[in-house]
Design a protein around this ligand. Structure first.
Ligand code: C2O
Ligand code: CU
Ligand code: CU
Length: 503
C-alpha cells in the first residue's frame, strides 16, 4: 500500500513543514511487517464464559487471576501475553441484570495480581461506585488482590480492561481485556437470535516482531496500528455459519485503530444496539465505523446466501489510521456451510430510547481535545488525580461540547459512569446507528460534537478520557465529580494475597 505524505507525518518520518525526500528514501525507516498469516484459515472461537466460584440469593462471585502466559497466536510462534486467567481476550462474564424483582443479580469479581506491575480493572459501561470503577490511581500492586462489586443495573455489552495510570496501553495491549455481557428479562423476551447464534466479536489489531513477540512501538506515543487483525484473539478467523440470522456483539478493543465494518456482499448490517444497550428500532447500514471502546450490536442474515458462500467482513481503511499493510482491510470471514431453520426474528421495536430534551439541560461545558508540547491534552491540561474539571450536580442534565482541535487525528471520547446521547456532530444529526445510549463517541478530525446526559446514579469522581489508549496514557484524561460526598475512589485499597479469604 502506498504511503502518503500524511502517513509519513504521522509516522514521525517527516515534520509537517519539512522538505520532503523522495519516498523511496524514506520507506526503509518503517518497521518490519509482522510474520505472515494466511487469512481465513484459523478456526473462529469465542472466549470461554466464566463460571462463578459461588452464588447466593443476590450475588455471583467470580475469581480472575492476572498472569503471564505463552500462547500461540501466529501459527508456529509462541507469544508472551498478560491475560486474565492467562488467556487473551480473558474469559467472558455473562450476568443477569435489571432490578432484583426481575431476577437481576450483583457480581463480585476478585482480581488477583500475580504480574510484576500494578494494575487497575475497569468494567467499562458499568455504573460502579467510585472505589470499584478501576480508577487509574487505585492500583492493585503485584501480590495483591481486590474484590470489585458490580450492580449489573442495565443490559448491555460491556468490557473489562486494565486502567493503570500511565500503563493502560501496555497492559491492554499485553492482553488484559475481555467482554462482559449483561442481559435482562426484557431482552430475553425478544425473539432475537440467542445461544450459539449470539456471538461476541472482540476486534483487535496487533504487531509482532520476527520472533513472534508483541511489538509495542507506538511511534512516540502517537498511536499503535497493528498489521494483524484479530477476532477473539485469532488472526483473520474463519467462522462456519448456518444459513440463518446471527446476532453479533462487536467491540473494538485495539490500541488506536478505528475500523469500518462492511460485508463483501454489499449487504446490510442490521443494527440493533449501541454501547449501552438496544436501540429503539433496528436500522440498516452498509458500513459501521467504530473507534476504540465502542460496542455495537447487529444482525447478519445469512439466509439469503446459498450453502458454500463466503462472506468477508471487510475494513475499508480510514484516513486516521497509519496503515502499512493492506491486510488490515479484512477482518474475518463467514462460510455458510449448512442449512438450518431459523425461529428468530427482528422485532420492529426494540428498547425505547427516550431522548433527553435539550431544554432540560442546566448547563453546557466545553472540552477541547488537543495536542501540544508533545502531549495529548484536554482543555490544555493533563491528568492530575488532585484536580476535578467539572462538578455536575447530582441528577443535573448537562450538555457537553467536545471539540477536536486537530485536523488529522480522531479521538474516541469515553465518559465513565453515565450513558449519554449524542445531540449533533458538526451541527448535523448523529449517524442513524449512533442514536442510542452510548459511552464512547467518535470525535473525528476537526469535529465538534454535543452530547447530553443526566448525571447519576452515583456521586463521586469519575474519569473521562480519549480511548485511543496511547493518547489516554499521555495524558488525555480528566475527571469530573458528580454532586458532593461520593465515595473516594481510593477508599477501598487492594489487600495482600496473604490476607485473602475464600469468597
Ligand atoms: Cu474503557 Cu476509562 O475505559
Ligand atoms: Cu469506562
Ligand atoms: Cu485521542
Amino acid at each position: 500500500m502506498k504511503l502518503t505524505r500524511r502517513d509519513a507525518i504521522k509516522l514521525g518520518l517527516i515534520g509537517s513543514g519539512s522538505l520532503l525526500l523522495p519516498f523511496s528514501e524514506q520507506r526503509p525507516a518503517l518497521a518490519q511487517f509482522s510474520p505472515q498469516v494466511k487469512p481465513f484459515e484459523l478456526p473462529f472461537r469465542t472466549p470461554p464464559v466464566l463460571e462463578p466460584v459461588r452464588s447466593d440469593d443476590t450475588t455471583d462471585y467470580y475469581e480472575i487471576t492476572m498472569k503471564k502466559a505463552r500462547v500461540e497466536i501466529l501459527p508456529g510462534y509462541s507469544t508472551e501475553i498478560w491475560g486474565y486467567n492467562g488467556i487473551t481476550p480473558g474469559p467472558i462474564i455473562r450476568q443477569q441484570g435489571g432490578p432484583p424483582s426481575e431476577g437481576g443479580r450483583q457480581s463480585v469479581v476478585r482480581f488477583i495480581n500475580t504480574l510484576d506491575e500494578s494494575t487497575s480493572i475497569h468494567l467499562h459501561g458499568m455504573a460502579s461506585l467510585p472505589p470499584y470503577d478501576g480508577y487509574a490511581n487505585d492500583l492493585i500492586p503485584p501480590g495483591y488482590f481486590k474484590d470489585y462489586i458490580y450492580p449489573n443495573n442495565r443490559a448491555s455489552t460491556l468490557w473489562y480492561h486494565d486502567h493503570a495510570v500511565g500503563k493502560t496501553f501496555s497492559h491492554v495491549y499485553w492482553g488484559l481485556a475481555s467482554m462482559y455481557i449483561v442481559d435482562d428479562q426484557f431482552e430475553q423476551s425478544l425473539p432475537l437470535p440467542k445461544g450459539e447464534y449470539e456471538v461476541p466479536l472482540i476486534i483487535q489489531d496487533k504487531r509482532f516482531r520476527a520472533d513472534g513477540s508483541l511489538d509495542f512501538d507506538n511511534r512516540g506515543n502517537k498511536g499503535l496500528y497493528g498489521d494483524v487483525m484479530l477476532v477473539n484473539g485469532v488472526p483473520w478467523p474463519r467462522m462456519e455459519v448456518a444459513n440463518r440470522k446471527y446476532r453479533f456483539r462487536v467491540l473494538n478493543a485495539g490500541a488506536s485503530r478505528s475500523v469500518q465494518l462492511k460485508l463483501s456482499t454489499g449487504d446490510d448490517l442490521i443494527m440493533i444496539g449501541t454501547d449501552a444497550g438496544l436501540i429503539s428500532a433496528p436500522v440498516k447500514t452498509k458500513i459501521l465505523r467504530m473507534g476504540i471502546g465502542e460496542r455495537y450490536g447487529f444482525i447478519i442474515d445469512f439466509s439469503k446466501y446459498p450453502i458454500g458462500t463466503r462472506v468477508i467482513l471487510q475494513n475499508p481503511i480510514l484516513p486516521d489510521n497509519v496503515d502499512r499493510d493492506i491486510r488490515t482491510t479484512q477482518i474475518m470471514c463467514f462460510d455458510v456451510v449448512r442449512q438450518e431453520s431459523d425461529d428468530s426474528s427482528i422485532p420492529d421495536k426494540l428498547r425505547f430510547v427516550e431522548p433527553i430534551p435539550v431544554s432540560s439541560a442546566v448547563r453546557t461545558r466545553t472540552f477541547r481535545f488537543e495536542r501540544n508540547g508533545g502531549l495529548w491534552k484536554i482543555n490544555n491540561k493533563v491528568w492530575d488525580k488532585n484536580r476535578v474539571d467539572a462538578n455536575p450536580g447530582f441528577g443535573d442534565v448537562e450538555i457537553w461540547n467536545f471539540v477536536n482541535t486537530g485536523g488529522s487525528w480522531i479521538h474516541p471520547i469515553h465518559i465513565h459512569l453515565v450513558d449519554l446521547q449524542m445531540l449533533d456532530r458538526n451541527g448535523r444529526p448523529p449517524l442513524p446507528y449512533e442514536r442510542g445510549w452510548k459511552d464512547v463517541f467518535y470525535l473525528g478530525e476537526s469535529e465538534t460534537m454535543r452530547v447530553i446526559t443526566r448525571f447519576g446514579p452515583n456521586r463521586g469522581k469519575y474519569m473521562m478520557h480519549c480511548h485511543n489508549i496511547v493518547h489516554e496514557d499521555h495524558d488525555m484524561m480528566t475527571q469530573f465529580e458528580v454532586g458532593q460526598g461520593g465515595f473516594d475512589p481510593l477508599s477501598v485499597p487492594a489487600k495482600p494475597i496473604s490476607q485473602m479469604l475464600p469468597l
